[in-house]
Write a protein that binds this ligand. Structure first.
Ligand SMILES: C[S@@+](CC[C@H](N)C(=O)[O-])C[C@H]1O[C@@H](n2cnc3c(N)ncnc32)[C@H](O)[C@@H]1O
Length: 312
C-alpha cells in the first residue's frame, strides 16, 4: 500500500515537476511517464466523454488499466462491474490502493496479467459488454494496440463488445524546424570517409516536449495515412501519401488522432503534462523539391517507419 504521506496527491495537484523527484526519492516505484499522463486533463476529458453514456449497467473490461482511472470512470457512470487488466506490478499496487473500495465491494476486479493471455473463462457469467482502453503508447502504436485487439478478437472477447475508443487515424503532416534541422559534421573514422555524409539532411532524432513545441512550423497539409478500426484490427503492411511540394519542410510528423463520439484526441496537441509525443521523420535534403512526391511507410504491428520517397 502507498503510505499516507505519499507525495502522489501533492504531485497530481502541483503545477511544477518538483514532486516527481520527491516521489522517486520516497522509494515508491511509480513510473514517471504515468504521472505525466494522469495529469493530462485533455486526455481525461476525452475519455470521460467516451465512457459516460456508454457503460450504465454494463460489464466493462479495461485493457491496460494502469492506476485505474478508466475503471473508476466506468463505475462512476454506472457500470455493473469492471475487470481491469494490468501487467505492470508497480501499477497493480497503485490500482489496488486507489480502487480499494470498489475492489472490496466486488465491483472492480484486477487481473494481474498480460492482455494477450486473456481468455473468456476469466469472466465467468459476466462477459464484457464494453471494452475501454488507452494502450496507444506515448507515440504511434508503441503499446501494440492493434495486435492486442487482434488477440482479443481471436479469443472471442471483443467481437460483441463496444470498443471505446474504436477508431483512430494515423496522420502525416510536413513540418519545418530550423532548430531540429541542424545537420551535424561527421568525422572520418580511421580513414573511413564518414565526413562525406555530413550535411545530407536533418539527422537529429527527436522526442517532442511541450517546451519545444513552438520550434515547429506546421504546413497545415495533413494527410490521412491509415484508419485503425479495432473491431477489424487487420492492417496493410505498407501505406503511402502524396505531397505536392516538400521544398520548405524538414520533417514529416506522424500523429495519432483518436476518434470519440463527437470529439477527437490528437497526439500532436501535447499539453504541459501530456505524455503524448509524435514521431518525426527527417526529409533528406534532396527530396525537398517543388515536385509531387510520395512518402512510403511500412506499418508493422507496433511501429510505423518511413521507408522511402518516390516521385509520382
Ligand atoms: C497508456 S497507459 C494507460 C493507463 C490507464 N488506462 C489510463 O488511462 O491512465 C497503458 C497501460 O496499459 C498497460 N499495458 C499495456 N499493454 C498491456 C498488456 N498487453 N497487458 C496488460 N497491460 C498492458 C501498461 O502497463 C500501462 O499501464
Amino acid at each position: 500500500m502507498l503510505s499516507p504521506k505519499s507525495p502522489l496527491k501533492n504531485y497530481l495537484q502541483s503545477s511544477n515537476t518538483e514532486y516527481l523527484d520527491e516521489f522517486h526519492k520516497s522509494g515508491e516505484h511509480f513510473p514517471a511517464w504515468h504521472l505525466e499522463m494522469l495529469r493530462d486533463r485533455e486526455r481525461f476529458e476525452f475519455y470521460k466523454s467516451l465512457i459516460e453514456h456508454k457503460v450504465k449497467d454494463k460489464v466493462v473490461l479495461d485493457i491496460g488499466s494502469g492506476s485505474g482511472i478508466l475503471s473508476y470512470l466506468s463505475l462512476k457512470y454506472g457500470a455493473k462491474k469492471v475487470f481491469s487488466v494490468e501487467y505492470n506490478p508497480h501499477l497493480q499496487v497503485v490500482y489496488s490502493h486507489l480502487m480499494a473500495k470498489p475492489i472490496a465491494e466486488g465491483k472492480a476486479i484486477l487481473l494481474k496479467m498480460d492482455a494477450y493471455d486473456l481468455l473468456l473463462k476469466e469472466f465467468g457469467d459476466d462477459q464484457p459488454e464494453v471494452i475501454v482502453h488507452e494502450i496507444f503508447g506515448a507515440n504511434g502504436l508503441s503499446e501494440n494496440v492493434i495486435s492486442v485487439f487482434k488477440t482479443l478478437q481471436l479469443n472471442g472477447i471483443s467481437e460483441r463488445a463496444d470498443i471505446l475508443p474504436r477508431f483512430s487515424e494515423i496522420i502525416i503532416e510536413p513540418v519545418y524546424s530550423e532548430f531540429y534541422d541542424t545537420s551535424f559534421e561527421l568525422e572520418d573514422f580511421d580513414g573511413f570517409p564518414l565526413s562525406q555524409l555530413s550535411n545530407l539532411g536533418a539527422w537529429k532524432s527527436i522526442d517532442q516536449s511541450y517546451e519545444l513545441a513552438d520550434k515547429w512550423t506546421s504546413s497545415g497539409e495533413e494527410k490521412l495515412l491509415a484508419v485503425i478500426d479495432l473491431m477489424k484490427p487487420e492492417m496493410q503492411d505498407t501505406y503511402s501519401v502524396q505531397f505536392s511540394n516538400l521544398e520548405k519542410y524538414s520533417h514529416l510528423r506522424l500523429s495519432i488522432r483518436i476518434l470519440g463520439h463527437n470529439n477527437v484526441l490528437i497526439s500532436s496537441h501535447a499539453n504541459k503534462f501530456s505524455h503524448w509525443s509524435n514521431i518525426y521523420f527527417p526529409i533528406p535534403k534532396w527530396h525537398r523539391r517543388s515536385v509531387p512526391i510520395r512518402a512510403n511507410f511500412i506499418l508493422s504491428e507496433n511501429e510505423i517507419y518511413l521507408q522511402d520517397f518516390s516521385q509520382s
